[in-house]
Write a protein that binds this ligand. Structure first.
Ligand SMILES: Nc1ncnc2c1ncn2[C@@H]1O[C@H](COP(=O)(O)OP(=O)(O)OP(=O)(O)O)[C@@H](O)[C@H]1O
Ligand SMILES: [Mg+2]
Length: 232
């Protein structure tokens, strides 16, 4: 088993119109099992909870109830420190924003997780990964001298250099133009195959979603295969 979410609920506290706290129930019993390297798309209207669910899968936030298991380990059982260490090795996350460190070169950005996690042979691994995303020739360039598409490639290399089993992507092309976005998506699918990743991706792009092995819709707080009637 690679990833399992079981009856996951998530509610946020909000200040209501009368000034009193009110509970905002976003996820109302979401379940998902991925037990082999495969690609899963999650679609759904804005605000339905896709990013919320992705952050729970990554262990960046905890569910109000229900359980997340990654590689047969319950995330709730980890201490913060152990969870961070586990995430670093097994879960890659790509966002709409690149979150690169501006004062580091492309190569140094990619090498950073290897250094932080004391992985052997960081230079060779970082160089190899940069080449896999087609940026071997830009190794010494800083993010502000690179295009947005190139920055997203560096971000992908930085995430995959740790050789995670799982790649979570939250609208990875959301800040790219159509052509650049398509190239980045091609790269993500290629790497999902060569690196044998389980890919779970939230997207608003039906063309991207259709390329995934499974297409799920988030609607009314649950995840299902049925396309919601009121959906685009
Ligand atoms: N920390 C938080 N506190 C309060 N409300 C939150 C918090 N995080 C998310 N929400 C609310 O939860 C709902 C779901 O947000 P989420 O970002 O998961 O939606 P989404 O499906 O990713 O939307 P989009 O397609 O626009 O990215 C929204 O109404 C949002 O305002
Ligand atoms: Mg979102």
């Amino acid at each position: 088993m690679i990833l399992k979410a079981e009856n996951v609920r998530k509610a946020f506290e909000q200040v209501g119109p009368d000034g009193n706290p009110e509970k905002l129930e976003i996820l109302k019993g979401v379940s998902l099992t991925v037990d082999k390297p495969e690609t899963v798309a999650i679609m759904g209207r804005s605000g339905c909870g896709k990013s919320t669910f992705i952050s729970l899968l990554a262990g960046l936030d905890a569910p109000s109830s229900g359980e997340i298991e990654i590689l047969s380990k319950k995330l709730a059982q980890f201490s913060d420190r152990d969870l961070n260490a586990f995430r670093a090795r097994h879960i890659g996350i790509v966002f709409q924003q690149f979150h690169l460190l501006d004062h580091l070169t492309a190569f140094e950005n990619v090498r950073l997780p290897l250094d932080l996690n004391r992985v052997a042979d960081p230079d060779a691994r970082a160089r190899e990964m940069l080449e896999k995303v087609g940026l071997g020739h830009r190794a010494d360039h800083f993010p502000d001298t690179m295009s947005r598409g190139e920055c997203q490639r560096v971000a992908i290399a930085r995430v995959l250099v740790m050789r995670p089993e799982i790649l979570l992507a939250d609208e990875p092309t959301g800040s790219l133009d159509v052509k650049t976005g398509r190239d980045v998506i091609d790269l993500i699918f290629k790497l999902a195959e060569t690196e044998k990743l389980a890919l779970v991706m939230a997207t608003h792009d039906p063309k991207v979603a259709e390329r995934c092995g499974r297409l799920l819709y988030m609607d009314s707080g649950v995840l299902g295969t049925e396309r919601p009637a009121a959906f685009g």
